[in-house]
Design a protein around this ligand. Structure first.
Ligand SMILES: [Fe+2]
Length: 506
């Protein structure tokens, strides 16, 4: 089997290797078999991204994150579903294919110098700054009305959300002074996109930058990728200039952006040395228990960093990983659990505020200004599902506003093995779980006549442990009851992936 190369695989994980095996692409849409009922009001495409090719010639990627990006499209229309997929034709994919070996380093895989080079060339290539990959396997994102696939480097790839064809490579550095951007931007209700990326000064300083890309405008002339009008609205100096924090995402409310500077650090000195030593990017990440976790609060309308606002509170709900080891190991779920946490930032704190006063007066909130206890946002029941990952809310209507429900994957296994709906008011958990089935990130789609937050469906794709049976399907759950409405069985294999979006435009 092609999948059995991950160095961290234990014996128990071997059968799961099928879920991360190389597959063929399906460029032309193929029909699926519908069981149950797919509601006829769902019209659009469920787009998903993730790794789909794990070797070139004799070379194999040593980390799940590193596989070549494969885009998947479930087109849902009038109760029917078709499926198609394509590999992203990134420069990494094309160059690796041409050389039939891995020539571009990825997150956990170091590309060795070309053996065809002579010994001096190979020696000096160690001292070159490694080229960032454009293997954008993490998410589908939207800027100025265009779809892109994204990873966490300075490159994105514009793609056609219908045909899944690869379009231009976009380099963030051509628009704003950042060296990277996350794969999890936020969108406001006017269509602007916000993201964050790092920059590095010549004096050794590091900054976390908040980027704003304006809403789409009337396009004149040809169809092309452009981020014109993108601007850095705030630069936050890293607390440790040579060790900026790693971050995967950030928080946005109606008026603020909250950036959590965490003790997981990118060691820039190690970054230079590790290149010489032939190590991969994940090995420059370090956990520094001496560092505090710092919440930076930025007014997203003015770009000002502020604390003393007249507004009452900001709710932040996020996941908290209970181990520092997860980023280093592909077999991460044996090492950590991710649980939901709520932080409330009181905004009216000054030096006269008494220490023994609970500053949080919001309804449906038991957090205090002093400290929230672990476990407050969930009952112990969540632990039996292994914690959660891939949380989603009714984003279009509730992002930045108080919401009651989130949907996520439970991780009772190395892969997600349940779907969870959490009521953050009552802490009630609704669970969809069947042995041997491994769901992807659940995405909420509101029904056209929705009046309540959870009026709609939750969609995801399901993988089966007996992967060779080609028993992959798109699952549609009633979001309110969390029960199955229908499924669309796909007659080809789909590997386990990362993130997805629902594209109402088809
Ligand atoms: Fe992510």
């Amino acid at each position: 089997m092609k999948g059995l190369f991950f160095v961290e695989f234990s014996h128990t994980a071997l059968s799961l290797a099928n879920l991360v095996s190389t597959v063929e692409e399906t460029p032309d849409p193929i029909p699926t078999t519908i069981k149950g009922t797919i509601p006829s009001w769902i019209n659009g495409s469920f787009l998903r991204n993730g790794p789909g090719k794990f070797e070139f010639g004799e070379d194999r990627y040593t980390h799940w994150f590193d596989g070549m990006a494969m885009m998947h499209r479930f087109h849902i229309c009038e109760g029917n579903v078709t499926y198609s997929s394509r590999f992203l034709r990134s420069d990494s994919y094309v160059q690796n294919s041409e050389k039939n070996r891995i020539v571009v380093s990825e997150f956990g895989t170091f590309a060795s110098p070309d053996p065809c080079k002579n010994i001096f060339e190979r020696f000096f290539s160690r001292f070159q700054i490694p080229k960032a990959t454009d293997n954008a396997a993490v998410n589908f994102v939207k800027y100025k009305g265009d779809y892109y696939v994204s990873t966490e480097t300075n490159y994105m790839r514009r793609v056609d959300p219908q045909s899944l064809e690869t379009k231009e490579k976009v380099d963030w550095t051509q628009y704003v002074a950042v060296n990277s951007a996350t794969a999890h931007p936020h969108y406001d209700r006017e269509g602007a996109t916000y993201n964050m990326g790092n920059s590095y000064g010549r004096d050794g300083s590091s900054f976390y930058n908040i980027i704003r890309v304006p809403p789409p405008e009337e396009k004149e002339g040809e169809d092309s990728a452009e981020l014109n009008g993108a601007e850095v609205i705030c630069s936050i100096p890293a607390t440790e200039p040579r060790k900026p924090s790693y971050y995967h995402s950030f928080v946005m409310s109606e008026n603020y952006i909250v950036f959590v500077e965490q003790p997981i650090k990118l060691d820039l000195i190690r970054f230079l040395l590790y290149r010489i030593m032939g190590k991969s990017f994940n090995q420059i990440m370090v956990w520094d228990p001496q560092c505090d976790t710092i919440f930076h609060l930025v007014n997203r309308h003015t770009g000002k960093v502020r604390w003393n606002e007249s507004a009452a509170h900001i709710f932040i709900q996020c996941q908290e990983v209970q181990s520092r080891k997860c980023i280093h190991s592909w077999f991460y779920n044996s090492l950590c659990r991710t649980l939901p946490r709520r932080y409330v930032l009181p905004l009216t704190v000054d030096e006269d505020t008494p220490l023994d006063q609970n500053l949080v007066t919001l309804p449906n909130c038991t957090a205090t200004a002093k400290q929230t206890k672990p476990g407050e946002l969930h009952s112990d029941e969540l632990l039996q599902y292994g914690g959660l990952e891939f949380p989603h809310i009714n984003y279009d209507k509730y992002n930045g506003r108080p919401y009651r429900y989130f949907y996520s994957c439970g991780f009772g296994h190395v892969f997600s093995d349940s779907l969870l709906k959490m009521d953050v008011h009552t802490k009630e958990l609704k669970v969809w779980r069947y042995p041997g089935l491994y769901p992807s990130e659940p995405v909420f789609v509101a029904s056209p006549k929705a009046t309540e937050e959870d009026d709609g469906v939750v969609i995801c794709n399901l993988l089966c442990i007996s992967f060779q049976d080609k028993s992959t399907f798109l699952l549609v759950l009633d979001a309110k009851t969390f029960t199955e409405l229908g499924r669309a069985e796909v007659p080809v294999n789909i590997p386990y992936g990362f993130h997805g979006v629902f594209n109402e435009m088809g």
